[in-house]
Design a protein around this ligand. Structure first.
Ligand code: HEM
Length: 210
């Protein structure tokens, strides 16, 4: 398999964080409310992984190196996995698995609905991120994967709702996200200089895959 070591490095680099945070929680190194910190770190991790996934195609175009595309699908699936862990951490540490509180929670924290829609979008991209789905869905596959234009703004809105006054960090993610979405517009994409002049190998490949 091409880029096997590179893929493995990316895998380990991303897999290690939730384990490290769990260890920190176990070692009382996450402050007085470790559950909330875990939820926040996993939420931020989901957003950052989404942005990193979206960087892969422009990076491949710029550098001509196919390694970026080789890890694109993995990154997208990790983004979804972090999202699921974020949801599980929320259910365990904030909701306390007390589902009778869910209706009250949704009123208290309406941003959860926005996060849930974004996560559902990520689920759709994850389950259709294989070649089989791409073949079966044909042209609709591309349309479906345009969901990314909705998922990223929803993720950003979800975060904005939470951080509210503390806008600086949010603005950084929003600007990066806006630029990455702009780069996906075909006219803009075609203008990216190719340093090594190689064709994009897999720009048509699954997008949560990258
Ligand atoms: C059912 C799905 C989701 C639920 C229930 C959920 C719930 C939450 C909760 C309870 C918080 C912490 C709020 C606090 O600090 O009081 C949070 C924070 C956050 N979530 Fe989600 N979320 C979901 C999906 C998502 C998705 C899909 C993304 C990214 C695309 C995301 C990104 C974030 C971010 C960036 C934060 C802020 C972290 C910080 O404060 O540094 N969430 N979410």
């Amino acid at each position: 398999m091409r880029h096997a070591y590179w893929r493995l490095c990316v895998f380990l680099l991303i897999a290690v964080w939730p384990l490290y945070w769990l260890y920190q929680a176990w070692a009382f190194a996450l402050g007085p409310d470790p559950g909330k910190v875990l939820v926040e770190r996993l939420g931020l991790g989901t957003l950052i992984l989404l942005l990193i996934t979206l960087c892969m195609t422009p990076l491949q175009k710029l550098s001509g190196w196919s390694g970026w595309i080789a890890v694109r699908r993995q990154l997208g699936l990790w983004c979804f996995a972090y999202g699921v862990l974020h949801l599980i951490a929320y259910a365990v540490f904030i909701l306390g698995l007390d589902w009778s509180q869910l209706a009250v929670e949704l009123q208290k924290r309406p941003y959860i609905i926005v996060g849930a829609i974004a996560l559902f979008g990520l689920l759709l991209l994850a389950v259709t991120s294989n070649r089989y789905s791409q073949r079966r869905l044909g042209k609709s596959w591309k349309k479906l994967h345009r969901l990314i234009y909705l998922i990223l703004p929803l993720g950003l809105l979800h975060m904005l709702w939470i951080v509210r006054a503390d806008l600086e960090e949010w603005a950084v993610y929003a600007v990066i996200g806006g630029l990455l979405l702009m780069l996906r517009i075909p006219v803009v994409m075609r203008r990216i200089p190719r340093l090594k002049g190689r064709q994009a190998e897999t720009s048509n490949k699954p997008e949560i895959n990258g």
